[in-house]
Write a protein that binds this ligand. Structure first.
Ligand code: HEC
Ligand code: HEC
Length: 341
């Protein structure tokens, strides 16, 4: 049977455009879902009892950088949470009072205003509650409660700042931790190439990075835990790291599944924070991807079900890393403040 060329052409045009429109539709609904899921929030959350003011941020920043709060007068929060090292210390495990090595890696402080539980094992429930931990810990800043009251009394030069920041509350441990927490809530990563792409600038990230993002949400199963604009579910999981530290398991020993579980870290500015994991056991991002591709370093009952060999080829691994790098923003440099004297 002879079919006229024109009707064949018409047939293929219809099939082709049908296909085209379904792929476009499929793509756009995924992109719409992604836009919703990964969109940056417009306001910073703040607790009713400790609203942010410029005076509180300024006071908190001075306290954060002040080594005189420590038992040795030598260590400040910024010693370990260094803004130049993405608010970490660049070490697998940092050093505290008396050069004692700590048992876990120093985490970043980026975007914690949105965080739910603090520490790798979630043992503090707010930034206010968290701040007393390192101050009093004998291995970190070693300034117990009584010492801190004394230090604040001796350091009268802080008084005018407390009077302005917390006029009716006075200068005490409570307002000290509130001020530090307010400063911490101001530590936010700015928009990165990924955000520009999610907002519609097609060429803000490379073809490889876009493919990497598909793997992140698909074959890699990464987004089942690293989700939302901060790329964390604020949950606790065992991802098969070889270590005897049981993490969240020591806080909630009655829940067997939490043995070896640690908080899912944010992936914002992630390429500035090697080495990785709660114990700094992964040297760089290649190693992290290798860990996931093997389905963890160890097998045990508690390892999350998503942690299974992924069978990613070299291209897919490279593209995943290209995507991770699009989460890095150029943030304003933070200079250490002048301390009151
Ligand atoms: C000697 C190093 C060191 C000093 C000094 C230090 N930290 Fe930390 N910080 C750490 C380590 C290590 C952890 C993780 C500990 C853990 O999870 O068990 C941590 C955890 C945190 C967390 C939790 C972050 C998260 O994602 O859960 C916050 C917030 C924090 N520190 C703020 C501070 C503040 C505020 C100060 C000063 C008052 C301070 N740190 C002083 C090393 C330090
Ligand atoms: C089951 C939940 C889960 C899945 C799935 C998952 N992660 Fe993680 N990720 C975590 C947890 C929890 C940690 C911290 C573990 C620890 O330190 O013990 C982590 C750590 C990381 C780190 C290191 C962050 C840091 O600051 O140390 C990177 C990078 C990372 N994951 C990327 C990925 C990528 C890429 C994928 C997909 C291939 C992925 N994750 C899949 C939960 C998950």
């Amino acid at each position: 049977m002879l079919v006229p060329i024109s009707s064949l052409a018409l047939f293929f045009t219809i099939i082709f455009s049908l296909q085209l429109s379904t792929t476009c539709l499929a793509e756009s609904s995924t992109v719409i879902a992604w836009k919703k899921l990964y969109k940056r929030p417009s306001a910073i959350p703040q607790p009713e009892y400790n609203k942010s003011t410029p005076e509180r941020i300024q006071l908190g920043k001075m306290l954060f950088f002040d080594p005189r709060l420590s038992g040795s007068n030598w260590i400040s929060c910024a010693t370990c949470h260094n803004p130049g090292l993405s608010w970490g210390d660049g070490l697998a495990k940092g050093f505290g009072h008396g050069m004692k090595q700590l048992s876990r890696r120093t985490p970043t402080l980026l975007n914690l205003a949105w965080g739910e539980l603090m520490f790798w094992d979630g043992r503090a429930s707010s930034l206010e509650e968290q701040a007393l931990g390192p101050l009093q810990n004998e291995n970190e800043m070693n300034a117990p409660h009584a010492d801190m009251q004394k230090k604040l009394t001796v350091q009268q030069y802080y008084k005018p700042y407390f009077d302005k920041a917390y006029p009716s509350e006075g200068m005490n441990e409570d307002t000290l931790t509130k001020a530090i927490a307010t400063f911490e809530r101001s530590i936010i990563s700015s928009a990165s190439p990924f955000d520009r792409w999610i907002n519609g600038t097609q060429n803000a990230i490379s073809k490889e990075a876009k493919h990497g993002f598909e793997i992140f949400n698909g074959k890699g199963k990464c987004s089942s835990c690293h989700t939302g604009w901060r790329f964390t579910d604020d949950g606790f999981h065992d991802i098969g790291i070889a270590d005897s530290d049981i993490g969240r398991g020591s806080i909630l020993p009655d829940i067997p599944a939490l043995k070896f579980a640690f908080k899912t870290p944010t992936l914002r500015n992630i390429d500035h924070r090697a080495p990785y994991m709660h114990n700094g056991s992964e040297f760089d991002l290649d190693d992290v991807i290798d860990l996931y591709n093997r389905g963890g370093r160890v097998r045990r009952e508690t390892v999350a079900e998503q942690i299974r060999p992924l069978e990613l080829n070299q291209n897919e691994k490279d593209d995943l890393i290209s995507f991770l790098k699009t989460l890095t923003s150029k943030d304003k440099e933070i200079a250490a403040p002048m301390l009151p004297r």
